[in-house]
Design a protein around this ligand. Structure first.
Ligand code: ZN
Length: 289
């Protein structure tokens, strides 16, 4: 194993404590394309991408079916993200992280809902198997720069290089299973500027903003994170929720949070790359062969 891994993880954790603070989401199963019986349950081997160019796309987007699961929203530009009342999107930044991300995945699977993971390139370099698990379970993967840099402090060119490096790292992590990250991106620390937003839009990358900040990077108890997030959601009525899959408090509160969402009548909707929508549709209309 690389000796840098543990240092990297600690570094990312430390970043996460203040990161993204910003200036300013049973027996329920995926509906995977298993119709022929020959396709493995995870299905990714059946949908390899032949397109190696950016913008990236993630080609395995099965439907989640559960009482808490809502629709999937095909997204090719920011304006495609229009949430209805009581619709929420779960997003997890800064991973993948051993011991945390796998437990996040288990909690999501238990409730049959999908999320979007905005991965740091260096973390995907260190833990590619976890990144692959996230994709193989049908979640959407976007990126979050290579090194969690504050892009507002970099030139446009340097910032774009950081974004591209992060995309390449996550793409390389997923390459062994034939998938690519979606062209979704979140600014570290939510620190953006108009020129950068325009540049990434020109590259077909969608900036995933935040409506509700769980503030799970503060050292509060898991129950406080949950209550704070649910209270904020009650005020907003809908929204994209920011979490981090690098904190144990996030791991610990997530099952209760998901139960709370369901009790309050929220639906967890998913953002999927527009290119994957036909595959999603075909996955939900698997012929009975
Ligand atoms: Zn972050």
């Amino acid at each position: 194993m690389k000796p840098a891994v543990s240092l990297l993880a600690v570094s990312a954790l430390a970043l996460g404590l203040t990161a993204c603070a910003g200036n300013q989401a049973s027996s329920l199963a995926l509906r995977a394309p298993t119709a022929t019986g020959a396709v493995p349950a995870l299905g990714f081997a059946a949908t390899p991408s032949a397109d190696d160019a950016f913008p990236l796309r993630q080609s395995f987007q099965p439907a989640f079916v559960s009482p808490l699961a809502g629709r999937s929203i095909p997204v090719s530009r920011l304006s495609d993200i229009q949430l209805a009342d009581r619709e929420v999107v779960l997003t997890f930044d800064d991973g993948p992280m051993p011991g945390k991300t796998p437990r996040i995945l288990a909690a999501l699977k238990a409730r049959g809902v999908g999320a979007t993971f905005l991965m740091v390139g260096a973390m995907a370099d260190a833990y590619p198997e976890i990144a692959q698990d996230v994709a193989a379970q049908g979640h959407t993967i976007g990126t979050h720069t290579q090194n969690h840099s504050n892009l507002a402090r970099l030139s446009d060119a340097a910032a774009m290089a950081e974004i591209s490096a992060g995309q390449l790292s996550v793409a390389e992590a997923l390459e062994p299973i034939g998938l690519k990250p979606a062209p979704f991106f979140r600014f570290p620390y939510l620190a953006d500027r108009p020129s950068l937003r325009q540049r990434i839009a020109e590259q077909g990358i969608v900036a995933i903003d935040v409506d509700v900040d769980s503030k799970d990077y503060f050292p509060s108890s898991p129950s406080l994170v949950k209550e704070r997030t649910l209270a904020a959601l009650e005020r907003h009525g809908r929204g994209i929720i920011l979490f981090h899959d690098i904190h144990m408090r996030t791991v610990e509160m997530l099952p209760d949070l998901l139960a709370g969402l369901e009790a309050r009548g929220f639906k967890v909707v998913r953002l999927v790359p527009a290119d994957a929508a036909p595959l999603l549709a075909s996955a939900t209309r698997a012929p009975a062969l």
